[in-house]
Design a protein around this ligand. Sequence first.
Ligand code: NAG
Ligand code: NAG
Ligand code: NAG
Ligand code: NAG
Ligand code: NAG
Ligand code: NAG
Ligand code: NAG
Ligand code: CA
Ligand code: CA
Length: 564
Amino acid sequence: MASLGFLLLALSLCGVQALGDPGPLEDVVIERYYIPKVCLREVQMGDFVRYHYNGTFQDGTKFDSSYDRGATVAGVAGVGRLITGMDRGLQGMCVNERRHLIVPPHLGYGSIGVAGMIPPDTTLYFDVIMIDIWNKEDKLQITTLYKPERCNRTVEDSDFVRYHYNGTLLDGTPFDSSYGKESTYDTYVGSGWLIKGMDQGLTGMCAGEKRRIVIPPFLAYGEKGYGTVIPPQASLVFDVLLVDLHNPKDGIFLEHLEVPASCKRKSVTGDFVRYHYNGTLMDGSLFDSSYSRNHTYDTYIGKGYIIPGMDQGLQGVCVGEKRRIIIPPHLGYGESGAGTKIPGSAVLIFDVHVIDFHNPTDPVEISTVFRPADCNITTQDRDFVRYHYNCSLLDGTKLFSSHDYEHPQEATLGTNKIIEGLNNGLLNMCVGEKRVITIPPHLGHGEGGARGVPGSAVLQFEIELLHLEPGVPEGYLFIWHSEPPANLFEAMDINKDGEVPPEEFSTFISSQVAEGKGHMMPGSDPEKIVNDMFQNQDRNKDGKITADELKLKSDEDQVKHEEL
Ligand SMILES: *[C@@H]1O[C@H](CO)[C@@H](O)[C@H](O)[C@H]1NC(C)=O
Ligand SMILES: *[C@@H]1O[C@H](CO)[C@@H](O)[C@H](O)[C@H]1NC(C)=O
Ligand SMILES: *[C@@H]1O[C@H](CO)[C@@H](O)[C@H](O)[C@H]1NC(C)=O
Ligand SMILES: *[C@@H]1O[C@H](CO)[C@@H](O)[C@H](O)[C@H]1NC(C)=O
Ligand SMILES: *[C@@H]1O[C@H](CO)[C@@H](O)[C@H](O)[C@H]1NC(C)=O
Ligand SMILES: *[C@@H]1O[C@H](CO)[C@@H](O)[C@H](O)[C@H]1NC(C)=O
Ligand SMILES: *[C@@H]1O[C@H](CO)[C@@H](O)[C@H](O)[C@H]1NC(C)=O
Ligand SMILES: [Ca+2]
Ligand SMILES: [Ca+2]
């Protein structure tokens, strides 16, 4: 029988009609006139099938058609629920295959026929197209189409996912797609929001992964189907691209990309941090970058000025550190997203490079690099100093250096000529000492910065003190080291003629300085200072100082007794 059936099949492929009437057929004649290139499965006994057909008599008149009822036929193949000819004729069919079947009466409706439709002993001709095949034993079929290299988190129950999909029936008919809807499909997995097959099919995916998920109807919309687009008993094929996933219980995730070997201090709440960042979504698209603005992002942390995930993620950073901060949407921009580039419920990935940070209560930080053994005389307020310096930002960017000028830098301490932090850092230094001074912006150039200095920047100075001259208090030009001579005027009036002209005054002051009895304000032309001192004493401006003028002056300001 089997070999005869095969023979008949072979004949039919050679064109059985051309042979005229071959007499009653023993078996179904099958002509597979369209076989799709891809045939993932073939109908087997017990499979559920959905198909369309046209049924005609030998003369071509139609006696039945599934198309006329506007619905596919669903049934189980090979178990005697269909006419035997159909049971046999459907065996081995692929989805989208088309067959022409010739069913002899004894495999059709026999000698009885169907009242009013099929006369007795009629050979039936069917054109069949297979639409869907599945089995109760079926499991979900998952094919991975693309898997990203980096895949260390995968979808689990109760995760929230955002994905794109194309949904088709098994025969390729599209029924739905997320594309063209401006947005991903967003939902919870394993919480009953999705059809069972989708819950299972999404599980284990990582962001960026692409899968084909074939879902049998009992894990999809089952016997009811869905609306007009998904027929009853339809298998579904979803091509899914997972865009993003997180769990509502997630906190932030940190990855430490680059931590400097030495980290004196780590950031805490209330610190002001300057950092560069690249912000991307899980699919790798860049939504924002500080580099595009050529400016660090500057903010206090832990104070609610930035999204909570960032407030948390910037805690404990070191200056110079590079860190990846992965922020779930409930610690980012939530369900509504932000702007045009951050979709609702998006996970944000910030790659951060910390340039510097400080606290508004920070003092100047001094670290001594070298201190000479005999360091007896150190700088004090009002002293005049000469020093070399290199100034840089904490990320190493060089800003200024005294070595670039012909002469080292000079300054009188406490005169507001240099930034407060540097002034403080130059105190209690001895000649030859080397220091590194770290200056927070409130003791430097502040929020506004200065030419070449970014706003709120922490500055680092390398200092070498070259020279020190003791200073004089504010408003003084000269001070005595101990008590001035008892009879000052007589000491000054060298030729004892009762007057002190500029020459005598100058000679007197020079000898006092030379004998170490006093010193003039440093850092200025001594001649000019002596001249200023003379002018101060010569009250009536006649070019000479008298005893009365000198007395008058010292009575006037008792407190300034060290000065002339
Ligand atoms: C059945 O007939 C209709 C109308 O002629 C045709 O469109 C359809 O393709 C036929 N189906 C098959 C399976 O041949
Ligand atoms: C992902 O993997 C990287 C290294 O490959 C690791 O540093 C990081 O902690 C992992 N992230 C998660 C969320 O497991
Ligand atoms: C869905 O179909 C569109 C258009 O053919 C295609 O660009 C897109 O990559 C498909 N998506 C998936 C997840 O296969
Ligand atoms: C950033 O700086 C670079 C180089 O200095 C310059 O080419 C670019 O135009 C700047 N971009 C902006 C947004 O200022
Ligand atoms: C940000 O992206 C730019 C360009 O790809 C890169 O040069 C820079 O190092 C990145 N920054 C961080 C902090 O990852
Ligand atoms: C500093 O003091 C030490 C002893 O305390 C002394 O030996 C040395 O000479 C002093 N140096 C100067 C420059 O005064
Ligand atoms: C400044 O930097 C130069 C070059 O690195 C170095 O030679 C010099 O000693 C530095 N100056 C100070 C004061 O540290
Ligand atoms: Ca005189
Ligand atoms: Ca006078």
